[in-house]
Design a protein around this ligand. Structure first.
Ligand code: RIB
Ligand code: CA
Length: 318
């Protein structure tokens, strides 16, 4: 399976990259970074550090530094000022491969037409920019999985909006209108099946590996945000479960193919609109409503268990 991952590398994105990079059945062809959780420099650096931690050499391309129209509002209040809870990010020798992420999203689709699964973990700014340059770019991808949206209206950045869509709603609308059949892994799935509570955290820590320590350390600020603001019984991992579903879609128990739009108004910015009337526009998004939580947790434990790569953590250089 060939993947392309677009990420605004905050702490949960980093775990998502680990799930992909640590899976022997998967080849991550390129990683593209986008401003969202953190400014683009940090999103790119956090992606490079995670690639290095995993002992990988996947090329990382820097992308858009702000939403397509609006000013950038980050989620550093959720993930920490560096996006990684201030954890002692390991030193490494990796450098970004270029600052042309949008072009690379187009070029890699031409290199592997019909073979690639695109997974988006941040605002859709890079993908929208690629569509504006090449309206058929997504047609050359086999599948597109987006960690995006609150399809039932339970938001995390406003009462009704999820951050990736809220941060750049205009880009999300451009992607919805692309004509490509899309899959949405909304924040509902993260709340229902990807919360790392005390029991799951203890299991990860008990593995005793550098990867396990990294996962817990970088999500410390997210855990506090979840406790104090979203009221979840632990820290949730929306991006990792999106990667898990893209790799193993058999874990989907229930989904619905719907006609979806998004509000770009100020008062309802980022709110997902699903039209189920007979007069609705053609369906464009498979919304996932239920998944097998155990498949996700087992894939997370599996990648944390492995300490085969030469790298280490807690400040030891790579
Ligand atoms: O709302 C959750 C999403 O916003 C995740 O992708 C998280 O990393 C943040 O970007
Ligand atoms: Ca993200």
């Amino acid at each position: 399976m060939k993947l392309v991952i677009d990420t605004d590398t905050g702490s949960d994105d980093a775990v998502a990259l680990m799930l992909a990079l640590g899976n022997p059945q998967v080849s991550v062809e390129i990683i593209t970074t986008v401003a969202g959780n953190v400014p683009i420099d940090l999103a790119t650096e956090n992606a490079l550090a995670t690639v290095a931690l995993m002992g990988a050499t996947t090329p990382v391309y820097r992308g858009m530094s702000k939403p397509i129209i609006r000013e950038l509002h980050t989620a550093q209040n959720v993930h920490g000022s560096d996006g990684m809870s201030g954890a002692p990010i390991p030193r490494h020798a990796l450098k970004e491969s270029g600052s042309d992420a949008v072009t690379q999203l187009i070029e890699v689709s031409k290199k592997y037409p019909g073979e690639l699964t695109l997974i988006t973990l941040g605002p859709l700014t890079n993908v929208a920019a690629a569509l504006l340059q090449d309206p058929h770019v997504l047609d050359r991808y086999k599948d597109v999985y987006m960690m995006a949206g609150s399809p039932e209206g339970w938001g995390n950045v406003t009462p009704s909006a999820e951050f990736n869509v809220w941060c750049d709603p205009e880009s999300f609308k451009i992607v919805l209108q692309s004509g490509k059949r899309l899959t949405m892994v909304g924040w509902n799935i993260s709340r229902d099946a990807a919360v790392i509570g005390a029991e799951e955290e203890a299991k990860i820590k008990a593995l005793g590996t550098a990867r396990a320590a990294y996962v817990i350390d970088i999500n410390e600020t997210l855990a506090i945000f979840c406790r104090d603001i979203t009221g979840l019984p632990g820290f949730d991992l929306p991006d990792p479960i999106t990667v898990a579903i893209a790799i193993a879609p058999e874990m989907i128990r229930r989904s619905e193919f719907v006609s979806m739009d998004v509000s770009c108004s100020e008062e309802m910015r980022g709110t997902i609109i699903i039209d189920r009337r007979h007069t609705a526009p053609p369906a464009n998004v498979d919304v996932i409503w239920e998944v097998d939580r155990d498949v996700f947790l087992n894939s997370l434990y599996e990648v944390c268990k492995d300490s085969s790569n030469p790298s280490n953590y807690k400040g030891v250089s790579f």
